[in-house]
Every structure is written in C-alpha cells, then in structure tokens.
Design a protein around this ligand. Sequence first.
Ligand code: OOG
Ligand code: MG
Length: 250
Amino acid sequence: MVDEDLLAKELDEALLARREIAPLARTHGDFDLPAAYRIQERGIAMRLARGERIVGYKMGLTSAAKRAQMSLGLPIYGVLTDAMRVEASLRVGDGVHPKIEPEIAFVTKRELSGHISQSDAFAALQGVAPALEVLDSRFTGFKYFSLPDVVADNCSSWRFVLGPLREPRDTGGLSMRMRVDGGTAQEADSSAISGHPLESLVQLVQLLPHPLPAGSIVLAGAATVAEALRPGMEISLEVEGLGRVEVRAV
Ligand code: OOG
Ligand code: MG
C-alpha cells in the first residue's frame, strides 16, 4: 500500500516547482489504477483549495498512435480546471517539457451518467469545437513507468485551447491538420479518436465515478502523437467543418 496523500503531495510540489520527479511506481512501489485515480483526486483537491474550478475532463490514450507513442494500453481520464485554459498565447517556460496535440472538444448541456449510447451522448451536446491540448508530464523526460503513474499525474494534463464552439454535428470521419509555423506537423482523420470522437464521451461517462455535470468541457483525446513545444512556435489546428484553433508559444 502506498501513502496516497504523500504521492499526491509529491506530484503537486513538482507541478508548482516545475521540477521533474522519478516515476512514483519506481520510488514508492507499484499501485493499482483505483489508487491512481484516488491520488489524482487528491491532487485536484489541492488545486481547488488554491481557488481553481473544475470545468471538464479529458480522455487520454484513445488513439492507437498515442498508445504506441506512450507504450500504454487503456483509455484514461483526467480533470480540467479553469486555470489550465489558455487563449492566444502559452508560456512554455511555465512548464517542464510541454507537448501539443490535436483534439476535438465537446461541451455538454445535460448531466450524463452510466452506460449511454453515442446517440444519448450526441443529444446531450451543447456544441463541438476544435481543440489543442498541451500535455506536460511531471515525470523525468516525459517517460512513464506505468499507467497508474500517468493517471496519478492527472494524465499529464497541463493546458488546453478551445476553438470557437459550433452547433452539435457529426464529428466522425473529419480530416484534422495540425500546423507548426505554417507547415503540416500532424494529420489524421477524427476516427483515429476512439473510432469516433463521441465514443470518448461515452467511455468517459462510464469511467467517471459520478455523473458528468451539464456544461462540462470534454477533450476527446488526441488524433495523433504530440509535438514538443518550443517558444516562438505558432501552432494551429484545422478540423474539417469545425474551423480552426491556434496558439502561439512564447
Ligand atoms: C497521457 C495523456 C494522453 C491523449 O490525448 O491521448 C492524452 C500522455 O500522453 O502523457 O492526453
Ligand atoms: Mg490529450
């Protein structure tokens, strides 16, 4: 049994000090996925105590490309707070080794819980938007030891950028192109996300130990691998029929 409070504090201190730490499963011994989610929840409680507010959730490892990049197997979720949301520009130096990836976001208008279908999920949408997620792991070299390590670290959540919210529409089979400084860096079809991005929302609702509140922002997961961020980079994502989101790294 690991001391879950201690592990949550270690991660939180690393986050605040912008310091890398060794994977927890290596320094403290193995812990399971339920323990990892409890550690994640304690970390979020510390952020809430500092005045942050939960605005949604992100799904991770929903694409085969991401699972291969991180050598990790299962879809996982993390929490998004208002402090993680950025517009227009992003300070790379506030992080340790941030990476950016192309996503699709949903905003819900109704509470969702339990086993739902894709059409239930669709009916509960307020809107959809192109989104960029910026990950930053607290672990040395952005390397993981185990899936529980990543989950405990709030699934590497760090920052996210939402494009303009559009009326709900089918998000399956849309071409997605992420550009860095004008050149194409990553391209994929949105079906790379869980077979269909809406499936990520279905899975999130099933994984969450409580209902997903109305008004939640949900990042469906990356369609491709992530790109390392450096100051000066201009990143944009264009999703067919959904428009564009962009951010400048400073
Ligand atoms: C885990 C988080 C993965 C995604 O979209 O697949 C993720 C990681 O890669 O560190 O956010
Ligand atoms: Mg992601």
